[in-house]
Design a protein around this ligand. Structure first.
Ligand SMILES: C[C@H](O)[C@@H](O)[C@@H](O)C(=O)CO
Ligand SMILES: [Mn+2]
Length: 590
């Protein structure tokens, strides 16, 4: 059972004894309990455990009670707070002053006592003190004896809590670079200051010789390796695809079998490097047993490693997948080509959804005209306005096959605790493991290949670093689409047919970057995108504002944007206000 941060609930109250406070004690504490129940019933951590809440020991009426609550929250491992009230309270005395906690305030909309007035007053305090907080105010007046949480309030509470838990879960963890810069990809020039100041994440790095050392000296769990090999024989090796390499570059059967053993060992070692392994301590490898506390990692692969050793596609794909030989489990976050910027976008998506992530090159925009020219066929349905080819060797989760289904039989990518053994086997069955293209991967290995089923709502995002500005986030909600199999074959075989493909169609709107499918690709800030199941643009925007990362491109309805109340002070144009606020506040850990 992993250790996760908790959400602190702060019931605040009018401190006046002799009637007022007494009349509100029960109501205020009941509201706090209702919020805690809402969060614990609806939100889970990555391991499937419910997000825990901690409620202050008493209502908070004066500053001494604020301080006592702050001390309790520190002891209990709180990482963010929600203040709730149904009455007037003394803002500067009762507000949460912790500079690192994401914070929200729910002012009960009941007119007998001025909860909304406190909400506005304390949000002014938060703005004045440079501690921006999210304001939650229900649209309809509630009766004083109504302790229920209205739907609009619940939606904002949960949106805040999802993002706040993501922020708190990242704090204190590591990003592990396995290797270094891959083929001059800027995203793999890892910027430790960004990780430290914006995410509270420490950057760790290991040279790739460490994988060879551990293989050579047997620093891995031999029993697990045997179990993994048997599983790989049963589910992966049997789906080995045609070898498209030139004869001179084709490995023998014996060499390929050695490669399978190599990449399975490599996968175990990469996982151990990320999170450690107590079995290694039993084997006498105390230091290696510790791991790097990595919540995300990147594997350089190309080129030096892949010019000589089998590639990392199997390792990256399986680590990013919600299952392996040990069964169904939380997906890891591993960026191929050590593109740490894309790794961050994958991490955001994973923490907000508890689902595995797709890592892709944003490879090709295909206009309807170009498709007609090369295939003689029309793009139809949701693909009719053009499609974007998402494809990358390696780090695309096998959950991306779309072989998991919801109650309606529609393709989905599920949190791991909802995936069945049968669905795991379907994802594996839908994946072909082609011998690696030895023109690119001289050391051989295998690449996962599948075609994502269409009809899944997805969100593609990307974190970019801009000198002089800092980090910015891009977001494109859309869908996976299926196209005529013959069209797919022709288009896919023009590029890298041994790699996994997802055909993506963004939701278009009247914003310039979304006026057509071409514009989405033409405005994308790097070669990669992280693709998460679901339309999570609103959550990403809320999360980005907590981290002070401006959003430079998105196709989310402006009315659905939920950011700290202080953002309103930076102007009515939401995008400009976002930039001005992020610049003013700066990173939360600086
Ligand atoms: C062709 C290169 O080897 C691939 O790695 C390339 O398609 C990329 O993924 C670059 O991001
Ligand atoms: Mn790539």
């Amino acid at each position: 059972m992993k250790k996760y941060p908790k959400i602190g609930i702060r019931p605040t109250i009018d401190g006046r004894q002799g009637g007022v406070r007494e009349s509100l004690e029960e109501k205020t504490m009941n509201l706090a309990k209702a919020v805690a129940e809402l969060i614990t019933a609806n939100l889970k951590n990555g391991d499937g455990s419910p997000v825990e809440c901690v409620i202050a020991d008493s209502t908070i009426g004066r500053v001494a009670e604020s301080a006592a609550c702050a001390e309790k929250f520190e002891r209990e491992g709180v990482g963010s707070t929600i203040t709730v009230t149904s009455c007037w309270c003394y803002g500067a005395e009762t507000m949460d002053m912790n500079p690192q906690y994401p914070k929200a305030v729910w002012g009960f909309n009941g007119t007998e006592r001025p909860g909304a007035v406190y909400l506005a007053a304390v949000l002014a305090g938060h703005a004045q003190k440079g501690l921006p907080a999210f304001g939650i105010y229900g649209r309809d007046v509630q009766d004083l004896d109504d302790n229920s949480i209205p739907a609009d309030v619940a939606e904002k509470l949960l949106r805040f809590a999802r993002a706040a838990q993501a922020v708190a879960t990242m704090r204190g963890k590591s990003y592990l670079s396995m290797g270094s810069v891959s083929m001059g990809i800027a995203g793999s020039i890892v910027n430790p200051d960004f990780f430290q100041e914006y995410l509270g994440i420490r950057c760790e790095s290991v040279d790739l010789t460490e994988i060879i050392r551990r293989m050579t000296e047997g620093i891995y769990d031999k029993e697990e390796f045997a179990k993994a090999m048997a599983w790989t024989e049963k589910y992966c090796k049997k789906n080995e695809g045609k070898d498209f390499n030139l004869p001179a570059k084709t490995k023998t059967r014996e060499q390929k079998d050695e490669d399978w053993e190599f990449i399975v060992k490599m996968t175990i070692i990469m996982r151990d490097l990320m999170q450690g392994n107590p079995k290694l301590r039993e084997m006498g490898f105390k230091e290696e047993a510790l791991g790097h506390n990595a919540i995300a990692a990147g594997f350089q692969g190309q080129r030096q490693w892949t010019d000589f050793y089998p590639n990392g596609d199997y390792s990256e794909a399986l680590l990013n997948t919600s299952f392996d030989w040990n069964g169904i489990r939380e997906a890891y976050v591993v960026a191929t080509e050590n593109d740490a910027c894309n790794g961050v976008a994958m991490l955001f998506g994973h923490l907000l959804t508890n689902r595995a992530q797709i890592f892709s090159d944003v490879r090709t925009y295909w206009s309807p005209e170009a498709v007609k020219r090369v295939t003689g066929k029309e793009l139809t349905g949701m693909a009719a306005n053009g499609i974007i080819h998402l494809i990358n060797s390696g780090a695309t989760t096998l959950d991306g096959t779309g072989q998991q289904t919801n109650a309606q039989g529609e393709p989905v990518m599920k949190p791991h605790w909802e995936i069945s053994e049968a669905e795991m086997e379907k994802c594996l069955e839908a994946t072909t493991w082609y011998p690696a293209n030895c023109d690119y991967f001289r050391g051989g290995g295998f690449s996962s290949n599948f075609l994502s089923k269409g009809g899944m709502p997805v969100t593609m995002s990307r974190l970019n670093l801009v000198k002089g500005l800092g980090p910015v986030l891009q977001i494109a909600e859309g869908w996976t689409v299926e196209i005529d199999p013959e069209v797919h074959k022709l288009l896919d075989e023009r590029t890298d047919r041994t790699w996994p493909t997802t055909w993506f169609v963004p939701r278009l709107c009247d914003k310039p970057a979304f006026e057509d499918v071409y514009s989405v690709m033409n405005n994308w800030g790097a070669n990669h995108g992280a693709i998460s199941y679901g339309h999570i643009g609103q959550d990403l925007i809320t999360l980005a504002s907590m981290l002070r990362i401006p959003v430079c491109m998105h196709n989310v309805d402006e009315k659905k944007i939920f950011r700290p109340a202080a953002w309103n002070a930076f102007g009515m144009d939401k995008e400009g206000a976002d930039y001005r606020a992020c610049t003013t506040y700066g990173p939360i850990y600086k």
